[in-house]
Design a protein around this ligand. Structure first.
Ligand code: BGC
Length: 391
């Protein structure tokens, strides 16, 4: 197998040199560029006249990542397959208008101030009760009506040895979306030489508040718009998950995955058990659950393996590591064919999956969950990496 592949490659290169064919074996990511680089261009202008830039990060190793300053959205992630052929594995849109008007289901965005749900949009902190937007049935979801996914971020380019990146900063004023405290947030994306996207989240506040930040990229490792993700094989490093009620709010229990279709400790095709008549899957219309990661470091400082996904036809592998205690595995259940994505194809149910590293949903109302409270003088700091390879 390896031998024939090598022979094939030599033959392709030889043909190229003799000028018999004019295409390479892989789609070149940057015009002959082997060095990491970052480029900036205008992506669009909002109706209010705000310029939205798009930054293209290239690592000289076959990967290209595009990020826009609106919502800090990862618009595309181009990665080679096992034959070196590149495809965009992140769901999204190819123009700003679609992000602004099309009710994006949080494609690729920075999600906050509180990623995931808060029951009835209500929580009490230091004796004061705050009512947040109820923008998901009776619950609060992903920071409210205008969360971090729908605001403009100030960008600073990063050029380090072998690494390019983008630091996105925004101060969310006190009272924005009814959250207490001004939250000074920086989300830094880095693209490394070993095909990894590293995301560092940092926030400070001037008054006690709550915070839970994530990135909401939907992946399809065969390429966005190529079909459903049912054959992707998922491994999650989690023995427990937080079961939910019918409004997707955790019951407070940490249930074992063993013996249920929630168990991904051994790599299993996402579609294999997704239609099981298991109450949690019926409630979620598939997987839409927070997994409690089996961590060695209980202080949430070390980067530890959270999950791995393998797509058999392309051979692409995605490995997720995080400092966070949890990960939301969402199997794209609410994609419904109404959105047309970057390459002009419609997204249907299950055409992408998200692995959102996070603190657990509804933590402000769950005394037994790790705390999401941030106080003045403290620094909120988390890291997640999405590494790409092939097998
Ligand atoms: C949630 C889903 C929700 C989706 C938004 C995910 O993080 O878990 O329930 O529908 O975000 O599109």
């Amino acid at each position: 197998m390896r031998f024939t592949r090598t022979v094939g490659r030599i033959a392709a290169v030889a043909l190229l040199f003799t000028g018999l064919v004019s295409f390479g074996p892989a789609t070149p990511v940057a015009t002959g560029d082997r060095q990491p680089r970052i480029d900036k261009e205008l992506f669009g202008t909002t109706p209010e006249g705000v310029r939205v830039d798009r930054y293209t990060l290239t690592n000289g190793r076959g990967m290209r990542v595009r990020i826009i300053t609106y919502g800090g959205i990862i618009q595309s992630i181009e990665v080679p397959d096992r034959h070196g052929r590149t495809a965009n594995v992140a769901l999204g849109f190819n123009n700003l208008t679609d992000y602004l008007e099309n009710n994006s289901p949080y494609f690729g965005c920075i999600t906050g101030r509180y990623a995931n749900r808060i029951a009835n949009g209500r929580f009490t902190l230091d004796g004061v009760t705050y009512q947040l937007a109820q923008n998901n049935g009776q619950n609060h979801l992903h920071g409210g009506n205008v969360g971090f996914d729908k605001v403009h971020w100030a960008a600073t380019e990063i050029r380090e040895r072998d690494v390019v990146g983008l630091a996105l900063r925004r101060v969310s004023p006190a009272g924005e979306e009814n959250y207490p405290g001004a939250l000074d947030t920086t989300v830094t994306y880095r693209l490394t030489r070993d095909n990894t996207i590293r995301i560092d989240y940092r926030a400070t506040t001037d008054a006690p508040t709550i915070v839970n930040l994530t990135n909401h990229t939907y992946f399809n490792l065969a390429g966005e718009g190529s079909g459903d993700i049912n054959d992707h094989r998922l491994m999650l490093n989690a023995s427990r998950y937080t079961p939910v009620d019918e409004t997707l709010i955790p019951t407070g229990d940490l249930d074992r995955v063993a013996g249920t279709p929630m168990d991904f400790r051994r790599a299993t095709a996402i579609g294999e058990r997704i239609r099981n008549n298991f109450e949690q899957l019926v409630i979620g219309r598939g997987y839409d659950h927070n997994y409690v990661l089996d961590r060695r470091d209980p202080t949430f400082r070390e980067l530890e393996l959270a999950g791995r996904v393998f797509e058999p036809t392309s051979g692409r592998v995605l490995t997720v590591r995080t400092t966070e205690p949890g990960i939301q595995f969402y199997s794209g259940n609410f994609l419904d064919g109404t959105l047309v994505g970057t390459s002009g194809r419609m997204y249907r149910q299950g055409d992408g999956f998200a692995l959102e590293t996070q603190h657990f949903p509804d933590s402000p109302n769950q005394p037994n969950f790790p705390t999401t409270v941030l106080r003045p003088g403290q620094v909120y700091q988390t890291t997640t990496t999405y590494g790409f390879g092939t097998a």
